[in-house]
Design a protein around this ligand. Structure first.
Ligand code: PLP
Length: 419
């Protein structure tokens, strides 16, 4: 089944090892493989498919655009599709939230957005250092990789990953220590050895890092501290933005006002590569062409992104559905956690189940795949089962998938106690 990939594709491939089947078609929360099996997708392209696979409304707009010979590629020339996206993004996302940002198209992937954020933060402040958190994940190109915590990923760089200071994320030192105290102490003490940073980069929920959730008071305290030292706040909302936690931006409940916001993954709504970097207008000090690229803002992504915003963000229905479905997931996981010595954490429709036994999550993921659910693990030791269904999944499919997870956990933990 996997022969062609084993023979011809680089060893670097990874998800096809975890989910070894050949997929041929997909719709909504369902993926089909060439051997006729059907899977419920609790992985959603690592957050790139918040509206599921091949959403029919988005697809219709895309097909229409292609059929009409709409411009596909145009570098960053002005196109009708780009104008429409900018207008709709402003009208539906920014204006109602009183957010005043310039929209930059940095290249089509998340790491492009992070690299652009770093560049402009360093340029504007004239400082080199950037603070990143333990267990952070910000992408795989050198600048973003320097921010990323994971040792295995960092090993791949082959050069020094510099100009970053690591600080402990919320809860990293246990519940008795507020890690902001540590950051504050380092910033206040001119002999701490920490160079005054240009920026701090934050995930409000660390997705790859193990579904670690920062509390709203912690986030607000962090923001106040950064303001005091005139350090820019970059929020990487690439995975948990676009409604994953409920609101469009994950930082809305904490009322953060980031200086820079990175968005990608589900922004195009269709799995088409697309990223933006949002900048407070005062920070938009780019010289024209200073951050260039061939695929910055692609018209097909403009079309699907615009359609997704119009369809899902013109009212708050999706947002409240996410909260409700998040509670369904949470309750199911809490029952599992109670009977299997686990811990649950998350927000909206990103929920994690950490097992006491570090190998259990990976085994549950394998077993669930056998039983027809695609679900990923995260965390430094892949010890957290990460539940990330499309936000638009039906309640029936959600329950069905959770039932299979439950059976998989039972199969794995029975096996563990038996061996
Ligand atoms: C996926 C992700 C990135 C990197 O995006 P790519 O498109 O893979 O480059 C950066 N930050 C976060 C939080 C992510 O989840």
């Amino acid at each position: 089944m996997m022969d062609v990939f084993d023979q011809l594709e680089s060893e670097v491939r990874s998800y096809c090892r975890t989910f070894p089947n050949v997929f041929s078609s997909a719709r909504g929360h369902r993926l089909r493989s060439v051997d006729g099996r059907e899977y419920i997708d609790f992985f959603a392209g690592a957050g790139a498919l918040n509206y599921g696979h091949n959403d029919p409304h988005l697809k219709a707009r895309l097909l229409e655009y292609i059929a009409d010979d709409g411009v596909t590629h145009s570098l960053d020339m002005a196109t009708e599709a780009k104008r429409k996206f900018l207008e709709v993004f402003h009208r539906i996302v920014l204006a109602p939230r009183n957010m005043d940002y310039k929209v930059m198209f940095p290249g089509p992937t998340g790491t492009n957005s992070v690299e652009a954020a770093l560049k402009i933060a360093r340029t504007v402040t004239g400082r080199n250092n950037v603070v990143a958190f333990t267990n952070a994940f910000h992408g795989m190109t050198l600048g973003s990789l320097a921010l990323t915590g994971n040792g295995g990923k960092r090993d791949g760089a082959g050069v020094a990953l510099t100009d970053v200071t690591r600080m402990p994320y919320h809860g990293y030192m246990g519940s008795d220590l507020d890690t902001i105290d540590l950051l504050e102490q380092h910033l206040e003490d001119t002999s701490s050895g920490v160079d005054m940073p240009a920026a701090l980069i934050l995930e409000t929920v660390q997705a790859e890092g193990g579904v670690n959730v920062a509390s709203n008071p912690w986030l607000r305290r962090l923001q106040a501290l950064l303001k005091r030292f005139e350090i820019l706040l970059i929020v990487d909302d690439i995975q948990v933005g676009c409604g994953r936690t409920g609101p469009f931006f994950s930082f809305e409940p904490a009322e953060l006002q980031p200086d820079i916001v990175c968005l990608s993954k589900s922004l195009s709504g269709y799995g088409v590569p697309f990223a933006v970097t949002l900048l407070r207008p005062e920070l938009d000090q780019w010289e024209p062409g200073k951050h260039n690229g061939t695929f910055r803002g692609h018209n097909l992504a403009f079309v699907t992104a615009t359609a997704a915003l119009e369809r899902y963000w013109s009212d708050d229905k999706l947002s409240s559905d996410v909260q409700r479905r998040g509670r369904i997931v949470r309750e199911a996981l809490q029952q599992l956690a109670a009977s299997h010595d686990g811990r649950v954490r998350g927000r909206g429709l990103i929920q994690g189940l950490e097992f006491h036994d570090k190998d259990a999550a990976a085994e549950v993921s394998r077993e669930a795949f056998e039983q027809g659910v695609i679900v990923e693990t995260s965390g430094p030791q892949d010890q957290v089962l990460k539940i990330l269904p499309p936000l638009t999944i039906t309640d029936d499919a959600l329950q069905q998938g959770l039932e299979i997870i439950k059976e998989s956990v039972a199969a794995v933990t029975d096996g563990l106690t038996a061996s």
